[in-house]
Design a binder for this molecule. Structure first.
Ligand code: ZN
Length: 261
């Protein structure tokens, strides 16, 4: 069975900005999905902000192995109920890949629990990505470093928690550096943040970038069944304890009472 992947695109600048529309006539999300679909192990479809519930109803997320998220201008328009659904899907085992300006998206900020801020400059400068975790599955088949001739600069400090692994570090022509490929685990879900992808440059047409994203889909895919009711916090009554125990001392809750959430 192929890895069921949904590429979520905000799809705002593709509609409003001529340069972006020229580079990505079908949208960045479709460009990314087309590249993924050349890999026989992956089946990618798209979802956009403008669809009902942003194209991410519960039934679709339940059948999504890996979700890819690109957003920039309209993070605030993403409905909180959808954010909650995405976050819970990650906790229960769905993979999540967050691209470029998705660092400020609601799901990513929620999952990181930090500001996710950074420094930036839009000057079309050269970005050189250095592979910092050799033999990492996300870097499979990639050279020790590769370049994107025109990119937006993102600089440190990047306001994220320390990652599990740093797979790439970027250098920019202006002198800044940035941790540009980071892995996290949240609940049962694997998360990869990948920096490149400013919309006015053809970054998602780049073969190395496409390779990273395809590798990341395979890395983030969790073949185990999704954990059901991932936020349940059930009480275990005295009578059902594995070893016989007696109720002792004062208690706050009556037997069978629901706990506080
Ligand atoms: Zn950007």
């Amino acid at each position: 069975m192929t890895i069921r992947t949904v590429v979520w695109g905000e799809n705002v600048h593709e509609q409003k900005n001529k340069i972006v529309a020229q580079i990505y006539p079908q949208g960045m999300h479709q460009c990314i999905a087309d590249a993924l679909n050349t890999d026989p192990a992956i089946s990618a479809t798209c979802a956009t902000l403008q669809e009902p519930v942003h194209g991410l109803p519960a039934a679709r997320l339940a059948e999504t192995d890996v979700l890819i998220w690109w957003g920039h201008a309209a993070h605030g328009d993403v409905k909180d109920e959808v954010v909650e659904r995405v976050v819970q899907a990650v906790w229960s085992g769905m993979g999540l890949i967050v691209l470029h300006s998705g660092h400020f998206s609601k799901p990513f900020k929620r999952l990181m629990g930090t500001s996710c801020n950074l420094t930036w400059r839009e000057a079309g400068e050269r970005e050189r990505l250095w592979l910092t975790s050799r033999n990492h599955p996300i870097a499979a088949g990639l050279p020790a470093h590769f370049e994107l001739e025109n990119e937006e600069m993102y600089g440190e400090p990047f306001g994220v928690p320390d990652p599990l692994e740093t797979v790439f570090v970027s250098w920019f022509q202006g002198g800044e550096v940035f941790r540009s490929g980071l892995t996290y685990k949240r609940g049962a879900g694997s998360i990869f943040y990948f920096r490149p992808g400013h919309e006015t440059y053809p970054t998602y047409h780049d073969a190395n970038v496409q390779k990273v994203i395809a590798n990341a889909v395979k890395w983030a895919h969790n073949p185990q069944p999704r954990i059901e009711n991932v936020t349940l916090a059930p009480n275990v009554p005295v009578e059902t304890a594995l070893e016989p125990i007696e109720q002792r001392g004062p208690r706050l809750h009556q037997a069978g009472e629901e706990g506080f959430h």
